[in-house]
Design a protein around this ligand. Structure first.
Ligand SMILES: Cc1cc2nc3c(=O)[nH]c(=O)nc-3n(C[C@H](O)[C@H](O)[C@H](O)COP(=O)(O)O)c2cc1C
Ligand code: SF4
Length: 296
C-alpha cells in the first residue's frame, strides 16, 4: 500500500510526501515583480506546515509582457538573490520549491489559427511547447527537474481534446520531461461543471480531472500529478492506491488553511474547510476572503 506521507522522488528531487502546493499567483509582488516580506512569509508558512513541494505562482519571463498584476517575474539577474533567499527559507523546513515560468501570450487550439509550422496539425501545435522544453533542458542540464502543467482537454467543441493531450503527454515523456501535472483550464467554473462529460470522461466532485489523470498515469511512466477540487485526505489516499497517480496538488485549500498538511499528518483527517467558491482573488492580493487567512 502506498501512503501519502512517504518520501518519494520526483525527477531528481526527493519529496517528503505526495502533496504539492499547485502554482498559485499571489498578487503580492512589488510593482516590478520583486518579492515582498508577505511572500516570504507565505512560502515559509507553507514549508513549515510540511507541503512536500511548492510550485510558485507563475512568473513571467519577458519584461514587456506581464499577464497579471502582482505576479512574480524572472526576466533578468536582479531576481537571483531573492529567489535564492526564498529557496533557502523553504529548504530550511525540508520542503522543496519549483518555479512555474509562463508566457501569457499562448493561445488555445480554438483561437490559434496559424498556418506556419506552428499551426494546423497536432505535431505543429506542440512544436512550440517542445522547443521551449528543449531549450530549457539544454540550458539547465540533464539533472534539472522539469515539470509541465497541462490541461486534460479544453472542454469545448473545437478545442484541444483529451486524445490530443494523451499524445502530447507521450511525447513529453519521450523527450525527457520529469513529470506532468494534469489540470483543466476551467477552474473558476469547475465546481459548476461537476458531473458533465467531456471527451468521454466525467468531471469529478473531488479531484475534478482524476478520470483523465488516471488514464494518462496508466499510459506513461513518468510521475503524474493531478490538481483540482481535492479536499478529503481519505479520497486522495484511495486514488493513490487505486490509480498510478503519484502526487496531488492543492491550491485553494492551502489558501484557506496553510497548515492543512500538518493537520492531516497529525491525524486530524477532517476535510479541508475550503468551499471552492473562488473568492480568493482581490486587488490587494490573493488570499482566502472567507476564512480571512491573509498574511499580515
Ligand atoms: C488565486 C489563484 C491563483 C492561481 N494561480 C495559478 C498560477 O499562477 N499558475 C497556475 O498554473 N495555476 C494557478 N491557479 C490554479 C491552481 O494551481 C489550481 O490548478 C486550481 O486552483 C485548482 O486546484 P484547487 O481546487 O486545489 O484550488 C491559481 C488558482 C487560484 C485560486
Ligand atoms: S475564498 Fe473560497 S475558494 Fe478561496 S480559499 Fe477561501 S473558501 Fe477556498
Amino acid at each position: 500500500m502506498k501512503t501519502l506521507f512517504e518520501e518519494t522522488k520526483l525527477g531528481n528531487i526527493s519529496i517528503q510526501n505526495r502533496f504539492l502546493r499547485s502554482a498559485t499567483w499571489e498578487n503580492m509582488t512589488t510593482e516590478d515583480g520583486h518579492l515582498t516580506d508577505k511572500l516570504y512569509k507565505i512560502y515559509e508558512n507553507l514549508a513549515k506546515s510540511g507541503v512536500g513541494l511548492i510550485i510558485t505562482g507563475y512568473a513571467n519571463i519577458v519584461k514587456e509582457e506581464q499577464p497579471n498584476h502582482g505576479m512574480m517575474r524572472i526576466y533578468d539577474d536582479s531576481f537571483i538573490d531573492e529567489y535564492k533567499k526564498l529557496t533557502n527559507i523553504v529548504h530550511n523546513y525540508n520542503s522543496k520549491i519549483i518555479m512555474q515560468v509562463a508566457y501569457g501570450g499562448t493561445k488555445t487550439k480554438f483561437n490559434h489559427r496559424r498556418t506556419d509550422e506552428y499551426g494546423g496539425s497536432l505535431a505543429n501545435r506542440m512544436r512550440f511547447l517542445l522547443e521551449i522544453y528543449n531549450k530549457v533542458r539544454e540550458k539547465a542540464g540533464d539533472k534539472f527537474t522539469i515539470l509541465i502543467k497541462l490541461t486534460s482537454s479544453e472542454f469545448f467543441q473545437g478545442g484541444l481534446t483529451f486524445d490530443e493531450t494523451k499524445l502530447i503527454c507521450k511525447k513529453l515523456e519521450e523527450v525527457g520531461v520529469d513529470a506532468i501535472e494534469i489540470t483543466g483550464n476551467i477552474h473558476g467554473k469547475a465546481k459548476s461543471m461537476v458531473g458533465e462529460v467531456f471527451d468521454g470522461y466525467r468531471i469529478q466532485e473531488e479531484g475534478y480531472f482524476t478520470e483523465y489523470a488516471k488514464i494518462i498515469s496508466n499510459e506513461i511512466n513518468i510521475p503524474i500529478i493531478t490538481v483540482g477540487g481535492f479536499k478529503n485526505i481519505d479520497k486522495i489516499e484511495k486514488l493513490l492506491n487505486e490509480t498510478n497517480i503519484d502526487f496531488f496538488g492543492l491550491s485553494r485549500p492551502l489558501l484557506a488553511e496553510p497548515d492543512l498538511i500538518k493537520r492531516w499528518k497529525s491525524g486530524d483527517r477532517k476535510a479541508s474547510i475550503c468551499l471552492s467558491c473562488s473568492k480568493c482573488r482581490t486587488s490587494k492580493g490573493n488570499y482566502c476572503t472567507i476564512f480571512n487567512t491573509c498574511v499580515k
